[in-house]
Design a protein around this ligand. Structure first.
Ligand code: ZN
Length: 90
């Protein structure tokens, strides 16, 4: 019996993040507040099955980012990261 991972990679959340930030976020990097690991968002573990999108650190599984949409608002919780580093627009 093979083990099926319960998460996708961060590319699965690319469209959601791009619509929010207006840029390709897969090359952005986040520093985890829990373990200090710097991770490209494309390498984060993405969980899309809940009411929103959750990205977790591949090092310690801490939550890096939560993104939830309601009919009127977008909620972004980035408390799990020390910082988010994006490439500057060309
Ligand atoms: Zn971590």
């Amino acid at each position: 019996m093979t083990h099926t991972p319960d998460h996708l990679d961060g590319n699965a959340a690319a469209g959601d993040l791009e619509s929010l930030f207006g840029a390709d976020m897969t090359t952005a990097s986040a520093q985890c507040r829990g373990c200090g690991r710097r991770t490209r968002l494309a390498e984060a573990h993405a969980y899309l099955g809940g009411p929103g999108t959750v990205l977790r650190c591949p090092g310690c599984q801490g939550v890096l980012l939560r993104l939830v949409r309601s009919p009127r608002d977008v909620w972004l919780d980035a408390a799990g990261m020390d910082h988010l580093r994006l490439p500057a627009p060309a």
